[in-house]
Design a protein around this ligand. Structure first.
Ligand SMILES: [Zn+2]
Length: 354
């Protein structure tokens, strides 16, 4: 993930930084040092843009931090923080690093003041169990790290984070990925490894900028075939999933309804139906036809489809099971294996299966 870290470490002149990392100091001691900036004229508190306090013994946020109104970067990682107040009332941060603390949903400020400058938020390695909805107060987030918690859900409102480039959720207890994740058009890295996900929404294929999709250690049995359309994807990890390795033949198939059979016939024989010929509801039904995905079949289906697992030989090296729908069980037996060759501009660097 080195390629996808934020740009928070670019150079800055020393007089703008307060660096108190690795000192194992308590909140009172840090507050005392910070207060010197207000008492001593030679240290201008207004100039301070970065405050680095990782690896101390801060169970609460030192009060004097809120007085640095021009602070942009705040790193409080690896402390014992049990709560985090609405610091955004006082300053416009760009980067907030809170990883490896003891923050819980109830101890994060219930509301954060809207902050349009925040680009990076790292809440990884805490004790959060629900997706923290407070983060929608930061509509311009580009980097969001929530890995290593015990989060069970992804908020359906996640589409609001339109600028998101890196969305990291590895090592949680997520079972479902909402379709709204497919609306994050700027996403370059989606980290969902080490969760309990059984199925991915097909519209993941709308994430045209996605370069890295980490899915290892989940409960995926198949992948949506649309995933093949991700032309910029260069890293896909799938190991430790119960991916289907053989075609499952005992898929039950129910007989199609008379409505479905007659609609299929109309489509297959290209019979022209005009408005007025049949009721409006049937016209809508006819429009809902799906083309059978077997390349050797010209059929369509409506509600009655056959789930089929197609194995795609990825880059001539790996067989990936893709879930697709066909018009009939007969089609499943004639659908042949396909070799997907990478697009010219599409160089799959890593497909990790085992
Ligand atoms: Zn078919």
């Amino acid at each position: 993930m080195d390629n996808y870290t934020s740009d928070s470490s670019d150079g800055e002149s020393c007089n703008r930084i307060i660096d108190l990392a690795y000192l194992l100091r308590n909140p009172e001691s840090v507050d005392k040092t910070l207060s010197e900036y207000f008492e001593n004229d030679s240290k201008k508190f207004q100039d301070i843009e970065r405050i680095i306090l990782h690896h101390n013994e801060l169970n609460i946020v030192p009060h004097n931090l809120c007085r640095f109104i021009n602070m942009k970067v705040l790193d409080l990682s690896n402390n014992g923080l049990t709560s985090f107040p609405d610091i955004f009332r006082y300053c416009q941060l760009t980067n907030l690093i809170l990883k490896n603390n003891r923050l819980r949903n109830e101890t994060l400020s219930k509301d954060f003041t809207e902050c349009y400058t925040l680009r990076e938020l790292n809440l990884g390695g805490n004790d959060i169990v629900q997706f923290p909805e407070q983060i929608f107060s930061f509509p311009n987030l580009k980097f969001l790290y929530l890995g290593g918690n015990a989060i069970k859900n992804i908020s359906k409102d996640v589409w609001k984070l339109k600028q998101l480039q890196v969305f990291s959720l590895g090592g949680n207890q997520i079972t479902e990925v909402p379709v709204t994740v497919g609306l994050l058009k700027n996403l370059q890295a989606l980290v969902l490894c080490d969760n309990e996900i059984e199925i991915l929404p097909a519209n993941i294929a709308n994430l045209h900028n996605l370069r890295s999709l980490l899915l290892h250690k989940n409960r995926l049995r198949t992948l949506p075939p649309e995933i093949i359309a991700l032309k910029n994807l260069s890293e896909l990890s799938l190991r430790d999933n119960p991916l289907v390795v053989r075609f499952v033949s005992d898929i039950t198939h129910q007989a199609a309804s008379l409505l479905e059979l007659s609609a299929r016939a109309l489509k297959m024989y290209n019979i022209n139906v005009q408005p007025g010929d049949i009721p409006q509801t049937l016209l809508h039904y006819l429009e809902s036809a799906h083309t059978c995905l077997n390349p050797h079949c010209e059929g369509v289906y409506f509600d009655n489809r056959v789930e089929h697992i197609k194995f795609v030989d990825f880059c001539g090296k790996y067989r990936i099971p893709l879930l697709q729908y066909l018009c009939s069980p007969k089609c499943a037996s004639t659908s042949t294996e396909e070799i997907v060759r990478p697009h010219r501009s599409y160089l799959m660097k890593k497909v990790l299966l085992g």
